[in-house]
Design a protein around this ligand. Structure first.
Ligand code: GYE
Length: 309
């Protein structure tokens, strides 16, 4: 019925629900918080979780999914490392009658191969990053002059990398002020962000701002810029995505200028989908997570409020 699916004929498991989950990896603060949220929610909902970590390797993730099918789990979920390559294994899950729920990221397969997807609006996050950056310069420069931006990308082939870029570029195009002068992947890690900005600095120092697709890479870039005598947050503005504690602390310290929130706390949403699938609830095809934008002023109370990640 429309874009939701009811539990209908799905047989209720006689024992506990067994959920096979394959995580992207443990690349940074966001991911660790996401894993914690999923494990905690599984426990609270008495779902037996078979948790696997793909360490950023799509091949490992395909093996995990196959092993869940072989183990005849009740349901399968994963956060896709990349968008491509899942069709065959998901068809096998469908043939085995095991429902699949995507979390966090998406895949480019036929949407009928999964019952639901839970995650953030990555294009909107990119839009917000560009908009806040531009507004900041408008205040200082009266809306004139170009803004040379270095983009630090996440892992290539992953949904947030593609969609945050798309959103950022689309909003940048609106006024034509933001010029993306370099795009380098930092693989979502702090060390990757450091290496990526170093590479750009060897080519040019005419940088006004950095758009880092996550906090870890932005904080890595801030350290390198500071070591080069360029004051991050002042000489070079930095906008990031995630809003981990480390990101908000970077705002308070004045190293970052804006942080777009992407909540990793989707464990409860995932478990309610899993339970609803078998116990009569309505399952939405798409569930989106929270977002917000923080600056120096709003970061401090958010940290004091006892943020979970
Ligand atoms: O932004 C990044 C993580 O898929 C939304 O993956 C997630 C991204 C997040 O490694 O820090």
């Amino acid at each position: 019925c429309g874009d939701s699916e009811s539990a209908g004929p799905r047989t209720r498991p006689s024992g506990p629900i067994v959920l096979g989950f394959s995580q992207v990896g443990a690349e940074g603060g966001w991911r660790l918080a996401n894993t914690k949220s999923i494990k905690k929610a599984a426990e609270r909902n008495r779902v037996k979780l078979l948790f696997e970590d793909a360490a950023g390797d799509p091949k490992k993730q395909l093996e995990h999914i196959q092993s869940f099918i072989d183990a005849k789990v009740t349901a399968i979920s994963f956060s896709p490392v990349v968008e491509k390559g899942y069709d065959d294994v998901l068809r096998r899950a469908r043939d085995a009658g095991i429902p699949v729920i995507l979390t966090d990221r998406l895949i480019d397969s036929d949407p009928s191969l999964y019952v639901s997807s839970i995650g953030a609006e990555f294009v909107a996050e990119g839009n917000l990053a560009a908009l806040y950056l531009e507004n900041d310069y408008d205040e200082e420069q009266g809306g004139k002059g170009s803004i040379n931006v270095v983009e630090l990308l996440g892992a290539i082939g992953a949904t947030p990398t593609k969609q945050r870029s798309e959103g950022f570029a689309a909003t940048a195009k609106r006024t034509g002020r933001i010029k993306i002068i370099a795009s380098e992947s930092g693989d979502w890690t702090k060390a990757g962000g450091e290496a990526a900005i170093r590479k750009v600095l060897r080519r040019t120092r005419k940088i006004d701002a950095v758009f880092a697709q996550n906090d870890d890479m932005g904080l890595g870039a801030a350290e390198v810029l500071a070591a080069e005598g360029l004051k991050p947050g002042t000489d070079i503005k930095i906008v990031t995505v995630d809003a981990t504690r480390a990101g908000l602390e970077g705002l308070v310290a004045g190293k970052l200028n804006y942080v777009v929130e992407c909540s990793p706390l989707i464990g409860e949403d995932l478990m309610s989908v899993v339970v609803d699938l078998f116990f009569g609830g309505e399952v939405k095809k798409r569930i989106t997570s929270d977002k917000n934008v923080f600056n120096k002023i709003s970061a401090a109370p958010a940290l004091e409020a006892g943020r979970e990640y």
